[in-house]
Structure formats: structure tokens, C-alpha cells
Design a protein around this ligand. Structure first.
Ligand code: UDP
Ligand code: MG
Length: 340
């Protein structure tokens, strides 16, 4: 019985058995994107084991190899043969962290999903903290790297600006959008399509869908092995994505509807004017052929119809845009460790 399996501070017994409970045989799915992290993986898996050893939570680890060239994928696939809690999704090439996470989300079967990095910068020991916050009644709990161990000028400063901007634009103020260590109720992200650097906007997107969001301080370690895959370039890409997201949400969809409404209003005015003129003509027997008002009525009516159809087309375009996001953002080379 899934709902009974909790102990030792790792619990979210209040979690409802929603529409995903029958397809979610685990309490928890850990989703970990991996791009050339061969030196960190053994230790990471071991730390996760330590965290869950004393817990009765059922969980699965989903490592998504994002086209590593250092043997990470084959190591993980070998590990999946001896670790029953490990699943591996090996992507065909390097797609980026967001598509890698999307692949993990789509294969996750836990009622809650924990994301963390594969480079040991996030500490699995913080997962219980996130989960107990989740059980206080939140849908998404985000880690906050209060003592972030990254370069100040190239990473911390741009992140500070980005966090502030994202908070301003989306209205969801978090100290640390960029922290990968987060936990989500799985139904929250089941329908969200991810692209670009979007995984970091999940709290903002989830919020617009009514999610209750919390942030808790977590540990952060300096990178011991390998090197960061990102520099200033990513911060710029994040900002670009932020623009697209907010553009889509505020500047595009609403004016599209505005065209439709303006069109309807214009048609309405045209009809009112025309009725007035018709009244003059029919009941008061006035000539209206030379009245400028007649021209105005016709223009309003025709322009209204044009604007209205433009609004319709625009709406269709928006729908098509969203539908077109249906294409997969990644391709899988191999799956390992997935069991019925
Ligand atoms: N990552 C990935 N694909 C990429 C880049 C990064 O799967 O194209 C993974 C990486 O292996 C790590 C996580 O995403 O597990 C975060 O990357 P990184 O540590 O380089 O970012 P940082 O901590 O420097 O922000
Ligand atoms: Mg890192």
C-alpha cells in the first residue's frame, strides 16, 4: 500500500491519490540529468542509497544521460543491471538539461518527482527536508542555495539579476530559480511542455496553474569533478526564454483576444448606426444617401468583420503554435532498468 510507506521524517501522507495514483507505483522518482559526470555518479548513487536506506518510501532513480562522451551512459546501464532502483534513459546526443529533464519526467512513475544535478553539487541528504515541506501542503518545493559554491562574478551576480527579473515578470518571487534541487507533485508537471531553458521557470508556470510553492534552504557543494557546462551564455539564454514566456503569456494571447472583441464592438457600432439610419429612412422618410454617417456605418461594419476574423485567425495560430510543441524535444537511444 503506497500511501502507508513512510517513516523517519520522509513522508507526505497527505498526498491525495489523484488521477495519477494508479499509474504511479512509486512514492518518489528522482530525475537526474547527466552530461559527462562519470566521476561523480558512483558517489551520487551511494549517497542516495544512504538517504533512503532508513526510509520506507518506495522510489526510483531515473538517470538521463544527455549524450555524454565520457562513458557515463555505459556505466549507468551496467549499474542498472545490479541496482533494481535505477533506470537509465540514454539520449541520442546532447540536447541540454531541459530536454534531459523532460525525458526523465515523461518516464517517471512516482507520485512526487525530485530533480537534482548529477555532479554532487546538490546534496541528496536535503531530499527529506524538501519532502517534509511538501507534506505541509505545497505542490512544489524549491531548494535555495543560500551558500552557493559557484563563481561570484560570472554566476552569482547574473543569477541574482535573473532571479529578480523572473520574480518581477512572473510574480513568483524565489531567491533561487536556478537551483536544480526541487520536488514536485507529479500531476503538476505532467502536462507542461518544456523547451529551451524552461525547466527553471517551472515554478512560475506551475503557479499560473494554481500551484502552492515553497522554498527551503539547501546545501550546495563546490564541483569536485568535471566542470560546469554553463557560462554567461546560459544566463543570456535564460533571459531570452523569460522574454518568450512572458511575451506568450501577456503580450500575445491577450491582444489576440482584443482583436476579436474590438471587431465585435465595431460590428455592433456599425449595426447601431445603420439601424438609426434605417429608422430615419423608413419611419421619417428622410433621404440618407448623402449622409457621412452611412459611410461610417459601412466602414465600422466591414472593419469589424475584418478585425474579428483576424482575431479568430490569431487564436487559431496560437493553438497551432502550442500543438506544434507536441514534437519530441529529444530522441532516445537506449532504455535500461525499466521494469513492469
Ligand atoms: N547537464 C545536462 N546536459 C547539458 C548540460 C548539463 O544534462 O547539456 C546536466 C549536468 O550533467 C548536471 C546538471 O545538468 O547534472 C547541471 O549542469 P552543471 O553542473 O554544468 O550546471 P551548474 O551547476 O554549473 O549550473
Ligand atoms: Mg553543477
Amino acid at each position: 500500500e503506497v500511501s502507508q510507506s513512510h517513516s523517519k521524517g520522509i513522508s507526505y501522507e497527505d498526498m491525495e491519490h489523484g488521477k495519477y495514483s494508479d499509474v504511479a507505483p512509486y512514492d518518489l522518482s528522482l530525475v537526474i540529468p547527466i552530461y559527462n559526470e562519470i566521476d561523480s555518479i558512483p558517489k551520487l548513487l551511494q549517497r542516495i542509497t544512504t538517504v533512503f536506506e532508513k526510509s520506507r518510501l518506495s522510489y526510483e532513480i531515473i538517470c538521463v544521460d544527455d549524450g555524454s562522451v565520457d562513458g557515463s551512459a555505459s556505466f549507468l546501464i551496467e549499474q542498472a543491471k545490479v541496482r533494481s532502483d535505477l533506470r537509465v534513459i540514454a539520449l541520442r546526443r546532447n540536447y541540454g538539461q531541459t530536454p534531459a529533464m523532460a525525458a526523465g519526467f515523461e518516464h517517471a512513475r512516482g507520485r512526487a518527482i525530485v530533480t537534482l544535478d548529477g555532479d554532487l553539487q546538490n546534496d541528496p541528504a536535503d531530499i527529506p527536508t524538501l519532502l517534509s515541506k511538501l507534506s505541509e501542503g505545497y505542490d512544489l518545493v524549491s531548494g535555495w542555495r543560500k551558500n552557493r559554491q559557484d563563481a561570484a562574478l560570472t554566476r552569482l551576480l547574473p543569477s541574482k539579476i535573473a532571479n529578480w527579473l523572473i520574480g518581477r515578470i512572473t510574480g513568483v518571487k524565489l531567491h533561487d530559480y536556478g537551483c536544480s534541487l526541487k520536488v514536485y507533485r507529479s500531476e503538476l508537471i505532467a502536462d507542461i511542455r518544456l523547451y529551451g531553458e524552461m525547466h527553471r521557470f517551472l515554478p512560475a508556470i506551475a503557479f499560473t496553474e494554481g500551484a502552492r510553492i515553497a522554498e527551503v534552504p539547501v546545501r550546495h557543494h563546490a564541483r569536485k569533478f568535471g566542470h560546469s557546462k554553463y557560462g554567461l551564455g546560459r544566463t543570456l539564454r535564460v533571459l531570452a526564454d523569460l522574454l518568450t514566456v512572458s511575451f506568450m503569456q501577456t503580450f500575445l494571447t491577450k491582444p489576440m483576444h482584443a482583436f476579436g472583441f474590438a471587431g465585435l464592438f465595431s460590428i455592433f457600432l456599425g449595426v447601431i448606426l445603420a439601424s438609426y439610419l434605417a429608422f430615419l429612412k423608413i419611419f421619417l422618410d428622410q433621404g440618407i444617401g448623402d449622409r457621412p454617417l452611412l459611410l461610417l456605418a459601412v466602414v465600422l461594419f466591414l472593419a469589424g468583420i475584418q478585425m474579428f476574423s483576424f482575431g479568430l485567425l490569431a487564436d487559431l495560430l496560437m493553438r497551432t503554435y502550442h500543438e506544434s510543441q507536441n514534437r519530441p524535444v529529444y530522441r532516445i537511444r537506449q532504455l535500461a532498468g525499466f521494469r513492469k
